[in-house]
Design a protein around this ligand. Structure first.
Ligand SMILES: [Zn+2]
Length: 602
């Protein structure tokens, strides 16, 4: 008997968690007064397909809601990048939790990071974001999915002083990955939402606004076989690697069972790898970034029949516009839509159209809203975007990582990830707003922008090295900051996060001592003494930032590992000499310097 890849502590925790989940352990205190209850619920359901909700409507379900609209996912149509786009959060490090980092030239993340909480979960009021919950959702998917919905109802009626309560449920996605019954799930969801609306009305005399969103569809392809992509590339001399040192090495961003993913390789090999992938029987569409405004599209239609097209992007008056041209065989099947767009006058003189026009004319197409989604997937979906994106036929799938391990314990169900309509279309549904079809990147505009997402919670002290541009461009992050204008526009900054503001340290005399030493030697390489009062920080005092160079974190030896120790200190005058009279160790962390000598966190 082989051991599971997770440790025994995690196993014990998982068993305890599963027992708790089955028994039902939600307990709540005194009822929340009617005036303190939330006015609005945003229920983020992972992987509910538009087709399944439309079928449920035909069974009479969700009658309390306006007709649902299509929420067309990102490309790849997978959760991390899709939810970040839906909520307008700064892009995650990779398409999935195990990802290729260009700065480190390495695949980062391990099996367990696949079930660790990520920003969109952290910003929910409730996300069931424990490792045990994610794993449990795959192992006993129906009880977990049903219980999430039951708990949602209690949580909404137990939340006080939040205008909107945000809930994320992973259950429906896990259920479908493991052949669960999504129709039974939707029936249960409708019953509990109806009960929620009734109980809320009875308690408050008002109507509760409920918004239901899902981030992608599910392809229902239970019998799909695993595609031997690694072996097929090997037959052409390419090897799958965790870092790219040679022209024949390829790194994948695949974590779990999926039909859409990114591929990385040396710049000179991109065109060759893309066309090899496009020629494989399992592969439907391959897109390639030529530069930031030109992307090629390839699709094989039987042996030798290569369909070729291009997507172009340009910026007009602060807004991106997209053009699709089919050079041979119309790979994205959009030629007739383009003709209709021309007839309707939404194309400019050069054939470019806005995202909203692409949505209006192609949301129901075989490759819905493909041009903006392809560009987003190659440029903005993650902090490490891939030069090649692959979309797999529904009769195949690819799988690596812990989710595929969990999936092997149970029969595989459908999956998602591909560019096409069977994988990529989730829902937006509301009992107040009449929604219209949209893409993940824009849908929040229909619902007021989701500006009241929770602030990030810091669970333990942490030091991250991020790009200064992130603090400026992250719409939720940049708001509550003091002093960010004094930082550079871009380049590495060290971001210190602490669960509670170090208030008594941040006045005159309070400072941070940072010591950097090589992991293999007991000598301090650099000591930084940084007055807290002078540093840009978040208003609540839980995040502090300095240019990385001020901590000695800009000129390390690439590939080498370092230990960083961070200590709070307070100086008092003793006689006429300032002396440290109090100190408090905050954290010790190991980092690895990337190719540019900076220990980037992604
Ligand atoms: Zn999924």
């Amino acid at each position: 008997m082989t051991r599971a890849p997770w440790g025994s502590k995690l196993e014990a925790g998982l068993v305890g968690y599963l027992l708790g989940m089955l028994a039902g352990c939600a307990s709540f205190q005194r009822p929340v007064p009617a005036e303190a209850l939330p006015r609005r619920v945003v229920l983020a359901l992972d992987g509910i397909d538009y087709r399944d909700v439309m079928e449920a409507r035909q069974r009479g379900r969700f009658a309390a809601f306006h007709p649902p609209a299509r929420l067309v996912s990102t490309f790849p149509s997978i959760s991390d990048i899709a939810w970040h786009a839906i909520f307008g959060l700064y892009p995650p490090a990779g398409y999935q939790r195990v990802y290729y980092s260009a700065r480190h030239n390495a695949v980062l993340g391990d099996a367990l990071s696949a079930i660790s909480p990520i920003e969109y979960e952290e910003r929910m009021d409730y996300a069931f974001d424990t490792k045990f919950h994610h794993l449990g959702a795959y192992l006993i998917s129906w009880p977990v999915a049903r219980r999430e919905v039951n708990t949602d109802v209690d949580l909404v009626l137990g939340t006080r002083n939040r205008e909107t309560v945000y809930l994320y449920n992973v259950g429906p996605d896990a259920l479908q990955h493991t052949r669960g019954d999504v129709h039974r799930y939707l029936d249960h969801l409708d019953e509990r939402l109806t009960e929620l609306l009734t109980r809320y009305r009875e308690r408050t005399g008002r109507e509760l606004e409920v918004i239901v969103l899902s981030d992608h569809g599910h392809n229902r392809a239970r019998e799909a076989e695993f595609a031997p992509l690694v072996e097929a590339l090997a037959a052409h001399g390419f090897e799958s690697a965790r870092s790219i040192a040679r022209a024949n090495q390829v790194a994948f961003s695949v974590d779990g069972v999926t039909t859409g993913f990114g591929v990385f390789c040396a710049p000179d090999s991109v065109a060759r790898v893309a066309s090899l992938l496009a020629g494989m029987p399992a592969v439907d569409v391959v897109t390639q970034r030529v530069n930031d405004s030109l992307f090629t599209v390839m699709r094989h239609d039987g042996p030798g029949e290569l369909r070729l097209g291009a997507v172009r992007r340009r910026r007009v008056a602060g807004e991106d516009r997209y053009r699709y041209t089919s050079e041979r065989g119309d790979p994205l099947e959009l030629d007739s839509a383009v003709l209709r767009m021309r007839a309707a006058g939404v194309l400019d003189a050069d054939g470019y159209a806005t995202t909203s026009s692409w949505v209006q004319f192609t949301a129901g197409a075989p490759y819905p809203v493909a041009p903006p989604r392809i560009v987003h997937g190659h440029l903005s979906a993650t902090r490490n975007p891939a030069p090649i994106l692959v979309s797999i036929h529904d009769t195949f799938r690819v799988g690596l990582g812990l989710v595929s391990v969990a999936n092997r314990l149970r029969p595989l169900g459908g999956t998602h990830g591909a560019l096409g309509v069977t994988n990529a279309v989730g829902i937006a549904m509301s009992n107040r707003v009449v929604p219209h079809d949209d893409v993940a990147m824009r849908v929040r505009d229909q619902f007021g922008g989701f500006d009241d997402l929770l602030d990030l919670r810091v669970h333990q002290p942490a030091l991250a090295v991020v790009d200064a541009g992130m603090l400026r461009l992250d719409r939720l992050h940049r708001r509550p900051w003091v002093g960010v204008p004094t930082l550079p526009d871009s380049g590495p900054v060290a971001l210190l996060s602490v669960p509670r503001s170090p208030e008594q340290w941040s006045g005159a005399g309070g400072r941070l001592r940072v010591e950097v030493r090589p992991l293999d030697r007991d000598t301090t390489l650099y000591t930084a003494l940084l007055p807290l009062a002078a540093a840009p920080h978040s208003i609540d005092g839980t995040q502090w930032v300095w240019p990385a160079a001020e901590l000695g974190l800009a000129t390390l030896t690439p590939g080498h590992e370092y230990r960083i120790a961070v200590v709070l200190e307070r100086l008092r005058l003793r006689g006429d000499r300032p002396t440290v009279d109090r100190s408090k160790p905050l954290l010790v962390t190991n980092v690895r310097a990337a190719l540019d000598g900076v220990p980037w966190s992604y």
